[in-house]
Write a protein that binds this ligand. Sequence first.
Ligand code: COA
Length: 161
Amino acid sequence: MSVWIYPGSFDPITLGHENIIARGAKLCDTLYVAVLENHSKHPTFTTDEKIELIKECTSHMPNVVVECFSGLLADYAKQKDADAILRGIRNTGDYEYEHNMSQLNKKLNSNIETVFVCAEPELACISSSSVKEIAKLGGDFSWMVNKNIYNKLKDYINRRK
Ligand code: COA
């Protein structure tokens, strides 16, 4: 049984994240999508809201489990007896950051490998901040998030303007 973890802040989940989840879920038996709690970035969405949105987007993937974690990722991975951390790479900037993180995580938990999946080119420019900025400024962000959550996100953003 291979257990992988896809961690992140997911504020909110985008089509870029969803693509990495779908591809990762084909490569392992169970994929935990793990939402970081108490992130130093000031989140737009609460952890519960993030989890609900991710569950909606991944409900067709039976081996995907969505939950939150706090503290060190390496400790959460130990708790789950995980084999690997899954990370998406959009560009060389992501690679440099992720390479360093993978080494830190390996020092903290020698059993954990990090598996990198390259973002699809048409999704590589998407980030959660750009979704929120375009939504707040009234632009079209329908190509950046799942159709099912597009309206929900619009509501959330409008209520919090
Ligand atoms: N598609 C779209 N966007 C993507 C993406 C992809 N494939 N991959 C990353 N992103 C974006 C995210 O949307 C986010 O955008 P934003 O900055 O606009 O919000 C940004 O890239 C980075 O977000 P995320 O993937 O959530 O990573 P992160 O840098 O916030 O790190 C953890 C999250 C959970 C992996 C990391 O903080 C962590 O492990 N924390 C726990 C503490 C710990 O163990 N630290 C390590 C030892 S120091």
